[in-house]
Design a protein around this ligand. Sequence first.
Ligand SMILES: [Zn+2]
Ligand SMILES: [Zn+2]
Length: 315
Amino acid sequence: MEPLVEPLMEQEQEHGRELGQELVEPLLASRRPTCKSEVLKVLWTIFSPVPLYSLAASVDITTLTSAWFFKLPAYMSWRARFSINAMALFTYVNVFATIGIFVASAVVVPAVPGEYHGLLTHHLPKEPPFTKLAYFLVLSLALTVARAGARKILHRKLLTSNRSVADMALALYECDCVAWNFTMLITAIGLLTSVHGSTVHVMTGHGMTESQAIFVHVATRLFADCWVADIILRTAWRWIAQRIETDFQNSQTYRMIAELPSTTSSECPICLSDAAIEYCRLPCGHAFHRECLFSWGRHQMTVVTCPLCRLSIGT
Ligand SMILES: [Zn+2]
Ligand SMILES: [Zn+2]
């Protein structure tokens, strides 16, 4: 009987490897923000307060990209759930607010008197509020495009840099905070003060109808408020992400993975690297980096299963 054991085990390992190859794609995808819905991916890249990748490090992005709101793992506290769904809600409100100022710009810019065309040649603080409003509306749209472009370029650069998901998430998040918090705050203040100075009376004086003027007021205020909320949510993300991590570390999932026996292996099927960091062995015999298994566990809804053979870790 003895000699049969080894070939059988090998066969099993071979089968596991085949299974593994099949599962490698979805396995990596669950740790990277690949989107099932291209529309939602584009919406999140342009309008989300926090870059997609930073969210993906804490929350399983695939659940978001197949639905409008996140399906969240059972270990998350209601505070974490609330914050993340507020993030989703704001992303979608931002879409409508941006459409609003796009329409507002289309109404306001042509109404600016001829002598103020070529705004940048003038000294901005001396401009009348209505001209300033046109300037800030166009600036808002330009910044929205610039932010989406910057996120896309940086994301592509980081993807080729072979960093860990957590490092990439942090780098993208820091860049977003540095580049946009101040710029967006100044623009939001600019919008609010200039729309305050451009009363409905002033706007109708520039040839706009009363309903156009009211629309511009509502759209501009909504958009400026959205950007302030955007800045607050982005700043708060530091604490929200920490909160999610604490929830995870207090969870049953975390304890189960932490208690798996250490082992040695030549390659981790989750990250496909042979990095000499700690490996652990599951009851089914499959071995993974313990860190990678924690990332896997973070995104599991209720029961944690082996990434290769789907056997429940708890059994
Ligand atoms: Zn690994
Ligand atoms: Zn397994």
